[in-house]
Structures are given as structure tokens and as C-alpha cells.
Design a protein around this ligand. Structure first.
Ligand SMILES: [Zn+2]
Ligand SMILES: [Zn+2]
Length: 327
């Protein structure tokens, strides 16, 4: 085969592989996470085109403008999906800090997937790895070791980031529906985007006084809301290991930060969390606002979830690792 033709075939194969990765993550989950080299930590530009487009699409606001209805939908979807990430991807799938039924577990997975932070197995595997190596060389997103940009987002844009260590999530992989959700993690966000667009079209026809339409609703309800929710979540990996106060000597740089706790519905009590990761409640005291915990308590009262774990008082107040006196 002539050299030109060979180059064309190779290029076609590479494009085909990239497109397949966008829709089907099988290859990631099959490879495990052994023997990575420095090259595997470089950003995979072809693969992350959807992530770049997600951000660029926010610029659509220049053309579509804004309406109260679109802004409200954006806020509601931010809140619901941030809750899904903190309550389900983090406190449930990563730390198993409460119990639920298999059906509810799958619904929680679908809700989490709508936040465009990949599937629950991928998310939990990396997060468990973070706790095992927090702020050490092998931490996937330590701002202390690797700087702000990598800790905030470039860590998950590389081949290493795309490939979770599946040995850490054997408990989750026994559920076929979760494996399926993880494999086709793009599906739920696509369905949500179409639904949000459809809502805008419907409101345009049935309630023209709201002055919204499909494209405006798509930009606000999906793109802007998703980007805000994503970067809000990323702050826990980046800023929460730099800014704030340390109550406990956890051996890493995790901090408690009131402002990040507001933005992330309770995740900002990150030093508390590293001190006792198994607790479904991260605001350890009544004055530490933890909206996710309030909603989880309500769901437990309704009987949707049960066996919520909390931090034992001894561990909270009298731990040898405590460095701030009790107020
Ligand atoms: Zn952390
Ligand atoms: Zn955690």
C-alpha cells in the first residue's frame, strides 16, 4: 500500500476509535489502570471534543438571550444534579454511607449521569483512589502535588483519567445495570438535552408570554447549568484542598470551606469528610450547613433510603487528630 494510503487508513482508524469512545466506554473499563506512563497523563484532545463543545455552547447565550423561565430551569437543574452528584455518586456509590433498594440505586445512577460527570462506577473508582492516596503522588487530582489546572479538570481528560481502577469498585460492578450505565454514560445527558430543548419548544407554543424557546432553554437549562454544576463539583478536588480551615489532622491538605459547602450543597466540609469518609453527613455540627444531608434525612423519612451512617461523637469531638478546640 502506498504511504499516502497507509496514512489515510491510519487516520480513519483513529477517527473511528475516537468516535466509538464518545459513545461507548467499554475499552476504558476493560483495560484497568496498570503501567501508565507520563504520556498517559496528557490531555487527549480528540477524545475531549464533546467536553470542549459543551463549554463553547454556553456562548450561544449571545444569540438566544435570557428569560426568567430559562434561568429558573437552569437553577433547578443545577440544584438537582449537584444533589445527585453529592448524595449519590459521592456519598452513596463512592462511600456506601447509606442503603437503598436496587431500583432506587439505578435511578440514583441515572440522576447522577445526567450531570455529565461520566458513570457512577468510573466516578466512584477514581474517588476511592483519591481517598487512598490523598495529596500524595498517586492522587489523581491533588493541587498540592500537581497544581490547580490538573486537580480541577485536566486529570480526567487524559487516558489515565479515562481509565478507572476497577479493582476498587468490585461491589458496584456486580450490578449489570450500573455497568451498562457506565458504558454508555453519554446517553442520559443526550436525552436530558433533548428534553430541555423540547420543553422550550413547548413553552414557546403554549405560553409565549414567557418569551422562551427551544434554543434558549437548551443553552441555559443544559449547557450553562451543566458547566456550572461541573466546575462547582471540581472545586472540591482543587480549591477544597487549598482554601479553608483544617479541623482534623488528616495527613492531607483537605479543608473545611463554608462557601464551597454552599456551592456544592455540603461537600465543602471536606476536611470533616477526609476525617470520617463513611458519614452520610459532612457538616458535623448544626452550624455547618449541609443541604445534601437535610435532603437525605428527608428521603430516609420517606423510606426511600435507610441505615444512614453518621460520625460517632467520640470520633468527631475527641479524636487525637483534632487540631481545633471545640467551640
Ligand atoms: Zn479530597
Ligand atoms: Zn469522598
Amino acid at each position: 500500500m502506498p504511504a499516502d494510503a497507509q496514512v489515510a487508513v491510519t487516520l480513519r482508524q483513529r477517527i473511528g476509535k475516537t468516535l466509538r469512545y464518545w459513545f461507548d466506554t467499554t475499552h476504558d473499563t476493560a483495560t484497568g489502570s496498570h503501567g501508565f506512563t507520563a504520556a498517559d497523563e496528557r490531555v487527549e484532545w480528540a477524545r475531549i471534543i464533546p467536553f470542549v463543545l459543551l463549554h463553547l455552547a454556553c456562548l450561544g447565550v449571545i444569540w438566544v438571550g435570557v428569560s426568567t423561565a430559562a434561568a429558573i430551569v437552569a437553577l433547578v437543574l443545577y440544584f438537582v444534579r449537584m444533589f445527585a452528584i453529592t448524595a449519590f455518586y459521592h456519598r452513596y456509590f463512592s462511600h456506601r454511607s447509606f442503603k437503598t433498594s436496587r431500583t432506587a440505586q439505578f435511578i440514583f445512577g441515572v440522576l447522577g449521569a445526567s450531570a455529565v460527570q461520566r458513570g457512577p462506577i468510573w466516578w466512584a473508582a477514581h474517588h476511592r483512589h483519591h481517598h487512598a492516596h490523598s495529596d500524595r503522588e498517586d492522587d489523581p487530582h491533588s493541587p498540592i502535588k500537581h497544581g490547580f489546572v490538573r486537580s480541577h479538570m485536566s486529570w480526567f481528560l487524559s487516558r489515565k483519567g479515562f481509565t478507572p481502577d476497577l479493582r476498587r469498585v468490585r461491589d458496584l460492578r456486580q450490578f449489570r445495570e450500573l455497568c451498562w450505565l457506565d458504558r454508555f454514560d453519554i446517553l442520559v445527558p443526550v436525552v436530558l438535552a433533548i428534553a430541555v430543548f423540547g420543553l422550550g419548544v413547548l413553552l414557546d407554543r403554549t405560553a409565549p408570554q414567557l418569551e422562551t424557546n427551544g434554543w434558549q432553554m437548551l443553552v441555559w437549562g443544559f449547557f450553562i447549568s451543566t458547566v456550572a454544576c461541573s466546575h462547582g463539583t471540581y472545586t472540591i478536588n482543587s480549591l477544597s484542598h487549598v482554601f479553608g480551615r483544617q479541623r482534623y489532622r488528616t495527613g492531607d491538605a483537605s479543608r473545611n470551606n463554608f462557601w464551597l459547602a454552599l456551592v456544592t450543597l455540603g461537600e465543602g466540609w471536606h476536611n470533616n469528610h477526609h476525617h470520617y469518609p463513611g458519614s452520610a453527613r459532612q457538616g458535623f455540627y448544626w452550624w455547618e450547613i449541609d443541604i445534601t444531608w437535610y435532603l437525605l434525612s428527608f428521603m430516609s423519612w420517606l423510606g426511600i433510603i435507610w441505615d444512614l451512617k453518621t460520625v460517632p461523637v467520640q470520633v468527631r469531638d475527641h479524636s487525637a487528630r483534632r487540631i481545633q478546640p471545640l467551640r
